[in-house]
Ligand binder design. Sequence first.
Ligand code: AMP
Ligand code: MN
Ligand code: MN
Length: 347
Amino acid sequence: MSRTPETPARAELHAFLARYQRFLLTTHINPDGDAIGSEVAFARFLRAMGKTVRVLNDSPTPHAFGWLAADVPVEVYTEELAETCFSEADALIVLDTGNKQRIGRLADHLSRHAIAIAIVDHHATHDGFGKVNVIEPSCAAAAVLVYELMHEAGVPIDAMAADALYVGLATDTGHFRYSNTDARALRMAADLVGIGVDVAAVTARVHQTAPAGRLRFFGEALAALEMRHGGQLVVLEVSPEQFAKHGLMGADTEGLVDMPRVIEGVEAVALFSEVEPGKVKVSLRSTGRVGIDGVCSRWGGGGHVHAAGVQMRGSREQAKAKIIPDLERLLSELPPAPVVAGRGARA
Ligand code: AMP
Ligand code: MN
Ligand code: MN
């Protein structure tokens, strides 16, 4: 059964879905679990409404999420393929980003095709380039929005959509450990488990896919971690030589920046990942007390309050010289950490 859309923008999106027949879906470059999960679930949603749908991304689907695309092909950009997809579609739906430049090479095709655009996203920083923009930073994942939109439309969530939504929700909340984990996220997880999601099996599929070289690479990076600002800030870096030595690519740093969160007293983590010489991907994380998205948006990046990123040109040293002083300033402004029973009182 359908229910009343929660916001006017959601109502506009339902009207948008009703208006068009042939949909193209996309997401951000270097897609994560929420990006792929939201696309796959949205594709099932559209198909259930009798629409035709194709999914086209700038970057390849990481191996960990390939199984989600078994029934809904997730295609990878070539100029010819993009031209075909854009000319055959009436409407484009962009998931898990509201930033035109983050859809990568697909952005070049927007000016050539009069295609209607809708955005379904949960990022705080966005340029809302859609005709319809459903952008709700209060959602832990884009998958939360997709799930609620399916309920509003009265479209049942099948087993494949449930797995896809679970992957989106679980990966964006760090498996329900990060500060975006709220009652809504946990209720949604419970509902998905009720539909049939096998948590252990899905988690294993997503997290037991790393080659041994990735752990050696993590080991090298972690062995060299630097503690700054009295132990509140962890700085990690990886060089182009390390990527080459282990035969890895940019997406293989996934999860690395989250590991130092386990160090007692850490408020923020910064990873400077130089995939190719002169191209540094900065990833920032906060353990909850400090908002770090502004540090990235200042340099053209963005993200969420507690997880953000930015691409920078130049050396790792140059990127560090731009980012670290801002982080240290934010940390200096923090009030003393509350004393947690059993924690922090080390003699
Ligand atoms: P990452 O560090 O790549 O895991 O990204 C953390 C968060 O920041 C995610 O929500 C990303 O969507 C966002 N993000 C990462 N890089 C960028 C960027 N260059 N521009 C805008 N948002 C970004
Ligand atoms: Mn994402
Ligand atoms: Mn997301």
